[in-house]
Design a protein around this ligand. Structure first.
Ligand code: NAD
Ligand code: GLY
Length: 368
């Protein structure tokens, strides 16, 4: 097991990464519990694989635990399920020291974290992420929340977990498409500020996707280390943390158009969005066109979407996508924020982008 620290003063916490960690969960979690009592929140896909093993480990360590299983999928991250979850949690007569444990992907982590942030004005929570995306991104850094009819992640809180337990073995049951979507977020860390890690991804990405545990541990560790460093400097995204949104302005627009459905998973949208960010950077002369070609080739090699026109059943329109962007959380003073790059590993935040350049790029990228 490897342990990284997220350094946030009195809100600091550890990330444990390794194999076989669920079986050791009781011992690993015990030191951060205020009370030997916890409620596990999971979803209907994850529960059959991992809930009993987690419960056994917690009970073995003398932790009284109950569980709540919610439906799987992005639709669960909404007001209705938040209410249902809080109602269920409060109905169990919890105290301020009772912890919530999120066992699942980003949906369960974001929803449970937000419920923990507001139940009794804040109870402790622990992340046990079971998707690659949640192990490398959403479980670390304290962004919690839900979607609303006005858009994704528009209601939430910055609320840090007490511990993150990333058991690489749980990725064995993850569908390949979900794994690939998470891999896009791994590559993101290389693309934004670590060209050497991007080289590693090119050399090891296929093995990682095919099941190589050492490659998976390495990728999760490097990703978490990169994210922990950024979050420690800029917890509330007033500066550098915005780099982690690389590909997200375009990606969110693509996801909005597909209704945040299985047509396009979040990580797939981010993959396409990162390519658009490279293409835009090349188009306005910021980065060599060769870099965009190289990243597109890597996505194609591992099996990630690399062209929005590959997504079956969607008719894209540049102006509609731009109107989705205008609803993005990252709009400041009415101006869109983009993360662009001067090359692989050299991303930066800017609001200095002409909308005509964005429209031109999109029209070209989406033309039949
Ligand atoms: P998810 O939680 O929906 O999980 C994807 C699917 O895999 C679901 O069907 C789930 O039931 C299933 N699953 C999970 N673990 C499994 C396992 N080990 N074996 C088999 N099936 C398993 O999706 P996700 O990609 O993990 O997370 C996406 C969410 O994360 C989005 O809502 C996004 O907004 C959010 N997110 C949050 C942050 C953050 O910083 N908080 C960052 C990135 C993304
Ligand atoms: N996933 C982006 C962030 O946590 O800031």
């Amino acid at each position: 097991m490897e342990t990284l620290a997220v350094d946030l003063g009195e809100r600091s916490y550890n990330i444990h990464i390794g194999t076989g960690l669920l079986k050791q969960a009781g011992a690993l979690v015990s030191p951060v519990l205020a009370q030997k009592r916890a409620i596990i929140v999971t979803d209907a896909h994850v529960a059959p694989h991992y809930l009993s093993s987690l419960e056994a480990s917690l009970s073995g360590a003398g932790i009284a635990c109950a569980s709540i299983t919610l439906p799987a999928g992005e639709q669960t991250k909404n007001f209705a399920h938040l209410e249902q979850l809080l109602d269920d949690v409060l109905g169990r007569r919890i105290e301020r020291g009772t912890s919530l444990i999120a066992l699942g992907g980003g949906v369960i982590g974001d929803l449970t974290g937000f419920a923990a942030a507001i139940a009794l004005r804040g109870i402790p929570f622990i992340q046990i992420p079971t998707t690659l995306l949640s192990q490398v991104d959403s479980s670390v850094g304290g962004k919690t929340g839900i979607n609303t009819r006005h858009g994704k992640n528009l209601v939430g809180a910055f609320y840090q977990p007490r511990l993150v337990l990333a058991d690489i073995d749980t990725l064995d049951t993850l569908p390949r498409r979900e794994l690939l979507a998470g891999y896009a977020e791994v590559v993101k860390y290389g693309l934004i500020r670590d060209a050497a890690f991007y080289d590693w991804c090119e050399a090891n990405g296929t093995q990682l996707v095919d099941g190589d545990k050492d490659a998976r541990v390495h990728a999760v560790r490097e990703s978490c280390a990169a994210k922990a460093a950024v979050v420690a400097k800029d917890e509330r995204e007033s500066g550098e943390r915005a780099l982690l949104n690389f590909g997200h302005t375009f990606g969110h627009a693509l996801e909005s158009e597909t209704g945040f459905s299985d047509t396009l998973l979040h990580g797939e949208a981010v993959a396409l969005g990162m390519l658009m960010a490279f293409d835009l950077s090349a188009r306005i002369g910021l980065c060599p066109g060769q870099d965009a070609v190289r990243v597109r080739k890597h996505f194609e090699a591992v099996g990630l979407p690399h062209d929005p026109r590959q997504i079956a059943g969607v008719t894209w329109n540049a102006d509609t996508l731009i109107s989705h962007m205008a609803l993005d959380k990252k709009v400041r003073d009415g101006k869109l924020t983009f993360i662009l790059c001067r090359g692989i590993g050299e991303a930066f935040v800017t609001q200095d982008v002409k909308i005509d350049d964005v429209r031109g790029l999109m029209s070209q990228a989406l033309a039949a």
